[in-house]
Ligand binder design. Sequence first.
Ligand code: UT7
Length: 315
Amino acid sequence: MKLLGTGSALPKKQVTNDDLSHFLDTNDEWIFPRTGIKSRHIISDENLEDLAAEAARKALADAGTDASELDLIICSNVVNENVTPSLSSLVAHKLGVSCPGYDINCACPGFIFAMDMADSFFCAGKVKKVLIVCAEEPTRMVDWTDRSTCVLFGDGAGAAVFGEGDKLKGTRLSAQPDPDKLYERQVLQPSPYVTKEEKASPLVMRGREVFRFAVSTSSRDIKDILDKTGISPDQVSYYMIHQANLRIIEGIRENLGVSSDKFPTNIRDHGNSSSASCPILLDECNRAGMFKEGDILVFSAFGAGLLSATAVLEW
Ligand code: UT7
């Protein structure tokens, strides 16, 4: 497949580290040096499905594709206000199309898992145009009294439209199942038959362990996929890394021995927007005119599961 267009949409409310210090025992002096985050966009009166549809419309416009041409919609999402129907059904409704869709929950690497899935549909000859939308509201998952997690996240949606081609050079998906490192639990509707004890929990993250997983797995995945595709680290135009922490990105960069100008970042103004992070970064770089035909982009993302994924895409 090949990329045809990108889009993104953000909540209008932008919250700075100083804003957080008004109600939380934290400050910019702690947050910025440890994470690279200065501010994040946070959902207030918006609905996530509206942001998802807005990102999708922008990606379709950028691709010069009419929504009616879509054969499939894949939405990557961890949580939103609708348990059912799926986010892809809601997006299809808002776009006024009737193609089928799937929701996937692969946490932060969701965009790459979705690209891998879309590629299989293209390879099977089942589709000609696919829309991927990654829309996330992690600020509705965190405990807003837990300074070790709530300061890290931001909301938003990123989208990309793909058509037939041979520009996705490779993907690598991997898992190191460990449900206790990063999780949120919900209690479902009461039932007269349930006898087990149930307890809801906001997002819990063992930050240092996830940090180590992220740096080591992403570095390994990138080296591995470059080996397999016969591309050297220097031939890569840009490394599009999940924006979870600037220090994680720096650790990966050092392990690869590549200069920092190949690592675009936007974490400063967005925080960690889970699976929306990579496509929002992609869209911002695209709209800034950074890419030219033939550029090699390497995506890498990691998160709950624990899951990680890498992809090589030629622009
Ligand atoms: O997208 C999914 C993947 N997620 C990630 O990749 C995140 C990975 N982890 C991280 O990015 C880092 O581990 C964090 C940024 C979450 C934490 O950084 P850290 O250097 O590992 O800090 P820490 O959790 O070990 O906390 C150090 C200290 C603690 O105080 P004591 O116990 O040393 O007195 C914390 O209580 O910093 C304190 N602290 C804070 N202080 C002010 C934790 N959060 C805050 C805060 N403001 N927001």
